[in-house]
Design a protein around this ligand. Structure first.
Ligand SMILES: [Cu+2]
Length: 283
């Protein structure tokens, strides 16, 4: 009986682990963070787990001690309160231990933080601008730029009085899709420069561990190196007005060669559009 139980727990844990590895995007009933698809996001994930467990241990010890004290030394058992008020040894101990714990947490956290801010030696730069209520992506130096906003189906359904009700079967990505996803190459250090045109927005993609404010008049930086191809979703994470909840982010990560082909196609598109506009203007 016991072994069946343990086997079940083992299978459960194994499945959880598998889900953790495969899970780049949030899933229903998810409890923990996802490890994401970049070196930094993995570090953030492990840091989060480490600190969570440190907090759990502290919580169990502190509340455990309180519980024991309250239960064993209760008045009905005839406990008499001690009358001393100072104990230098105890004070040194309860100062030194938290300091040591804080330093032990600060060292790995600071090293990850430094890594997150190190945008040096980036191989390409994408400028991200937040608008009420969409994103604009500009591949700096490539003459390729486009806006990215909520897909038309979601936008139609969400309107008051549209008469349509989204279902998980018919609209699995309701309010999560965009018309033009941000296409990025994998295994490439990509620098993002972020700003906004109207109010403060925040570009948040959990799979990359990036949540960076986009502020009018200010340029913020972030970077990523995506390990695997895939579709990664995010949201605006700064309350930016009535449609704040309707400016999702979709990043499509593709292998480098595929990205180069895509970028070339976009350039040709841009060139053709520019030439057509110039011809029309000349007429
Ligand atoms: Cu926003």
């Amino acid at each position: 009986m016991k072994s069946v139980h343990f086997r079940r727990i083992g299978i459960g844990l194994g499945l959880l682990l598998l889900v953790g590895v495969a899970m780049a995007n949030p899933v229903p009933m998810q409890l923990n963070m996802a490890p994401g698809v970049t070196e930094v996001s993995n570090e953030v994930y492990h840091l989060h787990n480490l600190i969570l467990w440190i907090c759990v241990v502290i919580g169990v010890l502190v509340f455990g001690a309180m519980g024991v004290a309250m239960f064993r030394f209760r008045k009905s058992k005839g406990a008499v309160a001690a009358t001393w008020t100072h104990n230098t040894t105890a004070e040194i101990i309860w100062t030194v231990i938290p300091v040591v714990i804080l330093i032990a947490m600060a060292v790995p956290a600071t090293s990850t933080l430094f890594k997150m801010y190190d945008t040096s030696e980036a191989e390409m730069t994408v400028k991200i601008t937040g608008y009420q209520w969409m994103w604009r992506y500009e591949y700096l130096g490539e003459n390729v730029a486009f806006s990215s906003r909520l897909d038309r189906d979601s936008d139609r359904i969400r309107q008051l009085g549209s008469g349509e009700t989204p279902t998980l079967e018919a609209n699995p990505n309701y309010l999560l899709d965009v018309d033009n996803p941000l296409v990025l190459p994998t295994n490439t250090k990509i620098r993002f420069v972020l700003t906004a045109d109207d109010v403060i927005h925040s570009w948040w993609v959990p799979a990359f561990s990036i949540k960076q404010d986009a502020i009018p008049g200010i340029v913020n930086e972030a970077w990523t190196r995506i390990d695997e191809p895939g579709l990664f979703r995010g949201q605006c994470a700064e309350l930016c007005g009535k449609d704040h909840g309707f400016m999702p982010i979709v990043v499509k990560a593709v292998p480098k060669a595929e990205f180069d082909t895509w970028l070339l196609a976009q350039k040709i598109d841009t060139d053709t559009a520019a030439r057509t506009a110039a011809l029309a203007a000349a007429r």
